[in-house]
Design a protein around this ligand. Structure first.
Ligand code: HEM
Length: 169
């Protein structure tokens, strides 16, 4: 019982932080920084110094690990009977959606964002062909980051919706 309470606390609070933080950044912070242009540099640097890009993945991992442990407990060791219920299937499907979203964000969106963060400060010092090449690369990276972030956030939202309603199905 005590384990369940601790797991649920970490899981639900972690999920709130992960999905809420992701939506807030994607819908408001990233577009605002893009609009700010070079002025966004110091803010990005400060966000990095405060380890935002480490804290979010760690919280996501905690949410997934506690979710898997909860799934193990409530399904009696991943018993097939549990997954034959609509409720059990919804928890499993929703959990899977957030895990795929996490992998997409970590392996596709994040590397593009990190490379872009390193490229942007050097842009101003470049001229001519080198600058044009760097700008093309920046646009490609921005697109890759935006596409994978949108996919990941879509999957995380589906997951949160599923988690919210699963017990009533
Ligand atoms: C986007 C990430 C996630 C969010 C926002 C989230 C959110 C939640 C919430 C709010 C609940 C409580 C639902 C209720 O009591 O009615 C819950 C329960 C649950 N979650 Fe997640 N979750 C996430 C990811 C995962 C993952 C990755 C798994 C496992 C693969 C998982 C497995 C479970 C299970 C099995 C329960 C039911 C626990 C029980 O009945 O005590 N969740 N989740």
């Amino acid at each position: 019982m005590a384990e369940l309470i601790v797991l649920r606390l970490v899981h639900v609070l972690g999920g709130i932080f992960w999905v809420g933080g992701g939506l807030y950044s994607t819908l408001f912070i990233v577009p605002a920084l893009a609009k700010a242009g070079p002025a966004a540099g110091p803010i990005m640097a400060e966000l990095m110094r405060r380890k935002l890009f480490t804290v979010l993945p760690v919280v996501a991992l905690l949410t997934m690990l506690t979710g898997l442990r909860l799934l193990w407990i409530v399904s009696g060791g991943f018993g097939t009977d549990y997954f034959a219920t609509t409720s059990g299937l919804t928890y499993a499907f929703s959990g899977g959606a957030s895990i795929v979203g996490f992998l997409g964000a970590m392996f596709f969106a994040r590397p593009a964002g990190v490379r872009l963060g390193a490229l942007m400060p050097t842009l101003a010092s470049l001229t001519g062909e080198a600058r044009a090449k760097a700008e093309t690369e920046a646009a490609t990276l921005r697109n890759q980051n935006a596409r994978w972030t949108a996919i990941a956030m879509g999957l995380l939202t589906v997951s949160a919706v599923g988690m919210a309603v699963a017990r009533y199905l």
